[in-house]
Design a protein around this ligand. Structure first.
Ligand SMILES: Cc1cc2nc3c(=O)[nH]c(=O)nc-3n(C[C@H](O)[C@H](O)[C@H](O)COP(=O)(O)O)c2cc1C
Length: 158
């Protein structure tokens, strides 16, 4: 069977709608964060989250150094934040452009729909990404419409 084309793989996975998060950690030089949609809940007992981070992600380095990470689930009005954190701009620039606060010892995006603070548990190499799992230490959530990523675009839910 011929190997599927990577472009087809990307296009196929673009058909899968996801929420949009900022995965964050406190790095040696200040807060680090990346837009990430490869994030999900993993286990209830124990309570675990999972995130997949590119091997070249500066946020991955910060997560490993801090042994902790946070997840801010963005609401429909936070597309500018998603765009800002999906770049390789100097890390400090990402944070200077958004409202954020330190929460549970981690940098968190203000007004996100949901906040999850995790202690790093597993770090699993997987192709060009690394799977990190984290034990949930703190949680906050509120009602509202999520930011959705589908077909390579940010969309409201409707
Ligand atoms: C909608 C969207 C979802 C993304 N999801 C992920 C993801 O799950 N994991 C990841 O490593 N990068 C993801 N990225 C890419 C990162 O945000 C991007 O590589 C970023 O520059 C990483 O920043 P850093 O090097 O400061 O960590 C996503 C980008 C977009 C636009």
């Amino acid at each position: 069977m011929p190997k599927p084309d990577p472009a087809l793989f990307r296009a196929a996975m673009a058909s899968l709608p996801t929420g949009v998060t900022i995965v964050s950690a406190s790095g040696a030089d200040g807060p680090a964060g990346a837009t990430a949609n490869a994030v999900c809940s993993l286990s209830i007992e124990p309570m675990l989250m999972l995130a997949c981070l590119d091997r070249g992600s500066r946020t991955l380095l910060a997560v490993q150094a801090a042994d902790r990470f946070g997840i801010s689930v963005l609401h429909a009005g936070q597309e500018p934040t998603a765009r800002a954190f999906a770049t390789k701009a100097p890390v400090a620039e990402k944070w200077s452009g958004v409202a954020w606060s330190e929460r549970d010892g981690l940098p968190a995006i203000d007004d996100a729909l949901t906040w999850v603070a995790c202690d790093l548990r597993d770090v699993i190499a997987a192709g060009d990404h690394v799977i990190v799992t984290g034990e949930v230490r703190a949680l906050e959530t509120s009602a509202g419409d999520p930011l959705v990523f589908h077909g390579g675009e940010y969309r409201p839910l409707d």
